[in-house]
Design a protein around this ligand. Structure first.
Ligand SMILES: [Zn+2]
Length: 384
């Protein structure tokens, strides 16, 4: 298992999740001089017109004066009430964590422990005619360009990871507006990391409000398995071309699919491999994972080792209709392509085929097969 941070997966902040329920902590962190807000509009982050970076606001940035001096203090008075809902206020807010080892003077004491760092929040602007805050309140950033997928992969992993965390929480807050138990309005509590049913009528049963344990008030993470398939000596690697278009080029990559309820990661891989390629693969290793904020996936990267016996490795695309093609490639050819790769969204492979670029877990898994092959090759060579 690699400990190197995957793109979107760098834990930049100490999330201090146990402090989210402290109103005192949230009020203090929202209004501290050093606090940083990452603004989103309708769920998408913004790009600085000056340098193309992810926009982050603090009291030291000129464009944020009104937001930090007027809007945030007013929103602080609405916390934990239905008036804080974005339908009424025009914003959603979520606490992301503390950036430690900065020169921030922020400090919060709890149970003889001291928590220091720069507080970070995600701020989603969803204004309309009827909301408390209006679009003019957020100028000039309201006119900034939105972060596209092309732009996000040009950001540093630190900023992309902050973006990923904020985007996942804010997307969830914007979509879950009504209680699945009774249909009442939901409103955010615990600094926008939990939703609460507003139904106070005890005579009306709500199986969400009244349950001891439920999972519908918290943000979801959807596990997805993504698998690089190889054989016992790593000399082959199966890659597939999806029917979904990936730009104007031919892309061969690892296969992937959502996990289903009550399925182990290993069984989900075996099922996905067979459904999509017809290949029989029972030997699965979990390698590494990557958060994927479109909208809330966790990609669980695995290696599937297929025991070639004339049957297991035969490709049959006729079960599921997802793939245009799948092929067993020689790992040595992939190694040669990766050796020439100098960065970018795609790796030129052979003919007109491309492989995914280094910000993806698919690339990391393909590279993992190559490294396994190289290691085995150098070990067997040393025994000669
Ligand atoms: Zn309810």
């Amino acid at each position: 298992m690699s400990t190197a941070a995957t793109f979107f997966g760098q834990q930049v902040l100490n999330r201090v999740s146990f402090l989210r329920c402290s109103k005192e902590f949230i009020k203090k962190s929202l209004n501290h001089d050093s606090t940083v807000f990452i603004p989103f509009i309708e769920g998408e982050a913004l790009i600085s017109p000056e340098n193309g970076d992810l926009v982050q606001l603090s009291k030291s940035t000129n464009s944020s004066t009104k937001i930090l001096s007027t809007i945030i203090p007013l929103y602080t008075t609405l916390l934990n009430t239905t008036r804080s809902r974005s339908d009424e206020s025009g914003i959603n807010l979520t606490f992301l964590g503390l950036l430690e080892n900065t020169d921030s003077t922020f400090n919060f004491e709890l149970s003889s422990n001291s928590y220091k760092g720069t507080p970070y929040f995600g701020l989603d602007i969803r204004v309309s005619e009827s909301t408390l805050f209006k679009s003019a309140d957020f100028e000039p950033i309201f006119s900034f360009p939105k972060m596209t997928r092309d732009h996000i992969f040009k950001q540093t992993n630190k900023d992309a990871s902050l973006y990923s965390q904020g985007r996942m929480y804010l997307d969830w807050l914007a979509k879950y507006k009504f209680c699945p138990g009774c249909g009442s309005k939901l409103f955010p509590v615990d600094a926008g990391t939990k939703l609460q049913c507003s139904n106070e009528n005890k005579g009306v049963h709500c199986n969400v409000r009244d349950a001891n344990v439920n999972n519908v008030c918290f943000p979801r993470t959807d596990p997805t398995v993504i698998i690089a398939m190889t054989n016992s000596d790593y000399s082959k690697c199966c890659l597939a071309r999806s029917k979904k278009r990936h730009g104007n080029f031919v892309l061969y990559s690892t296969i992937a699919g959502f996990m289903e309820p009550s399925e182990t990661i290993e069984e989900a891989c075996t099922r996905e491999i067979w459904e999509e390629t017809g290949i029989s693969c029972k030997d699965i290793d979990i390698v590494r994972s990557q958060p994927w904020p479109y909208p809330c996936s966790l990609m669980i990267g695995c290696l599937g080792i297929v025991k070639f016996n004339g049957q297991n490795e035969i490709i049959n695309l006729n079960h599921d209709d997802e793939l245009l093609d799948a092929q067993w490639f020689d790992t040595i050819e992939i190694i040669q392509a990766l050796d020439k790769y100098t960065g970018g969204f795609r790796v030129p492979f052979k003919n007109d085929i491309n492989l995914p670029g280094s910000t993806t877990i698919a690339f990391q898994l393909i590279k993992h097969v190559c490294e396994k092959h190289k290691r085995l090759h150098s070990t067997s060579a040393s025994h000669l």
